[in-house]
Design a protein around this ligand. Structure first.
Ligand SMILES: Nc1ncnc2c1ncn2[C@@H]1O[C@@H]2COP(=O)(O)O[C@H]2[C@H]1O
Length: 511
């Protein structure tokens, strides 16, 4: 029988005093207050003290009750009788009449109520414990659209619940949570594949090799915590490592993480970042404290699952691969293996797709990048407003667009559109517009240019520097926001930048 109570010194020391002398006596005595209660009491005591009757009694209970309920009830009964023990004993051995007195006093009723209350409290405690760390996000008014069709080949109806794959904005979808609640060995291959696909949005996950990603999808479990929850405490031994699916955490040097809420610029980690892997893979203690800045969802890999599913071996393979890559480089020729391994553990692999921006400004970047596969281009942003040729070209176009006699030019796209088109064709994945505007805005601010001033330009007042060639034939007015450049005013819309390629970094080279 499963029972933790006898192991507890406290329970042991109280048990003999609390127990009535015999099972039958106690069960007979308790009669009037309720048949069910009496028999229950008799059965429980029998299971505690009479080894031979144990088996018989167990057979009448369900598997669940045997494993979970029994130890609790024993504990409760002991607890209750520890308190009321001496009175019960006295009544049994000395005065039978006392029982009826006690009954009248409602002692058994009271005992029963206390037991029920203890059980209810325990159930609540257990229930809340479970809910504290895992809550399904449910929208009360959500409809459940089920999509179903008849599959001729399989001769069966295929049902697809779209809600399985829909989450509250930013949250992990319920279907993924369901999978992650299962033990690693219970997860099916399609389930692991589904998680693998879903987690491609997380940079730190995607950066691992495919076999490692699949192993991670097998063992990850889901957790959600609120603001101020300390996930990892500096100086403690690490048992898990975490991927952030939603929310923000801060990395701090203090133990309780409180500095993160006072620091105006804390070190923050967001969706797609991971932390705690170092503490898991090496015997060293946590190097920093990590605290939640808001409600945050994590995908957690625990130490025991990590080793049981041989993730350590796969991580080791990855690290070995990186070590060999560095060993081949001339740059590290003079480095010892030991030093190189340090570099391997500090570095991280990052993957970029074609056209994706790697780094905005690598001169200001705090890290060194080694291209281990593929190649990337180093581009320079040129502010076209600083070029006199571009300036002239823009004003020529403005004049021609305004000149009704030259109809053919009316259909020509504006310089901005042409630039955008060029940009889209050149870099289909990454949109550089915000970056470009940011750079230009900074440059204009430095030059003290007027960013939002409006001026009126008529046909006869086009900038003189452009010469007579671009004089408008008909008087006209031009009204648009202008900016100042070295050569005069330029319509704000036309103040664009362009990237020119200055270098290609190949495999094995450094950025
Ligand atoms: N400066 C930092 N920037 C980002 N993450 C960090 C920084 N310092 C520590 N960490 C992470 O915080 C984690 C704390 O526990 P670990 O030492 O196991 O692993 C650590 C890293 O994953």
């Amino acid at each position: 029988m499963m029972s933790s109570a006898p192991e507890s010194p406290e329970a042991d020391s109280h048990l003999p005093e609390a127990a009535p002398p015999s099972v039958s006596e106690s069960s007979q005595e308790v009669d009037v207050t309720g048949e069910r209660w009496r028999s229950q009491l008799g059965v429980r005591w029998a299971s505690l003290h009479d080894g031979s009757s144990q088996h018989q009694l167990k057979e009448s209970e369900s598997e669940e009750e045997r494993e979970e309920d029994e130890p609790e009830e024993e504990e409760e009964l002991r607890g209750v009788f520890i308190h009321f023990g001496p009175q019960v004993k006295k009544s049994v051995h000395h005065k039978e009449m006392d029982w009826s007195k006690l009954k009248k006093l409602g002692l058994y009723r009271l005992t029963k109520d206390i037991i029920v209350m203890i059980r209810v409290c325990k159930m609540f405690r257990q229930g809340l414990g479970g809910f504290r760390e895992y809550q399904i996000i449910e929208t009360p008014h959500r409809k459940h659209p089920l999509f179903s069709f008849w599959d001729k080949r399989k001769q069966g109806r295929i049902t697809f619940d779209t809600m399985d794959f829909v989450a509250e904005e930013g949250h992990l979808p319920p279907r993924a949570i369901q999978i992650m609640q299962k033990l690693p060995s219970w997860r099916t291959e399609p389930e692991i594949q589904a998680l693998y696909n879903l987690l491609q949005v997380l940079n730190s996950y995607r950066n691992y090799s495919e076999p490692l990603q699949l192993l991670l999808a097998r063992v990850m479990r889901f957790e959600r915590f609120g603001r101020r929850r300390v996930m990892v405490k500096k100086g403690q031994r690490g048992n898990s490592f975490y991927f952030i699916y939603m929310g923000t955490v801060a990395v701090t040097e203090d133990e309780d993480g409180s500095s993160a809420f006072l620091d105006p610029h804390p070190t923050l980690l967001h969706k797609g970042d991971c932390f705690g892997e170092l503490g898991l893979m090496s015997p060293s203690v946590r190097r920093a404290t990590v605290v939640c800045m808001e409600e945050t969802e994590f995908l957690v890999v625990d130490r025991e699952d990590f080793f049981a599913n041989k993730l350590d071996q796969e991580f080791q393979k990855d690290a070995q691969h990186r070590f060999e890559f560095f060993r081949k480089m001339d740059l590290f020729e003079s480095w010892s293996d030991e030093k190189l391994w340090k570099l391997v553990t500090l570095g991280k692999v990052e993957k970029f797709s074609y056209g994706q921006l790697v780094l905005k400004d690598f001169i200001e970047s705090p890290s060194i990048m080694f291209v281990c596969k593929g190649s990337c281009e180093v581009l320079r942003l040129i502010d076209l407003g600083t070029s006199p040729f571009y300036y002239k070209w823009i004003w020529q176009h403005l004049e021609l667009i305004d000149d009704t006699s030259l109809k053919t030019h009316l259909n020509e796209p504006s310089p901005v559109e042409r630039f955008k088109e060029f940009q889209i064709k050149s870099y289909p994945v990454q949109d550089f517009s915000t970056l470009k505007l940011k750079h230009l805005q900074k440059a204009w601010e430095q030059q003290g240019s007027s960013f939002s001033r409006r001026i009126k330009t008529s046909g006869n007042t086009l900038p003189k520097t452009l010469g007579p060639k671009i004089k408008s034939r008909h008087p006209h007015s031009l009204e648009c926001p202008m900016i100042n450049t070295e050569y005069g005013e330029l319509p704000e819309e036309a103040a664009v930048g362009a990237y020119i390629k200055i270098h290609t970094v190949e495999e094995g080279e450094t950025v």
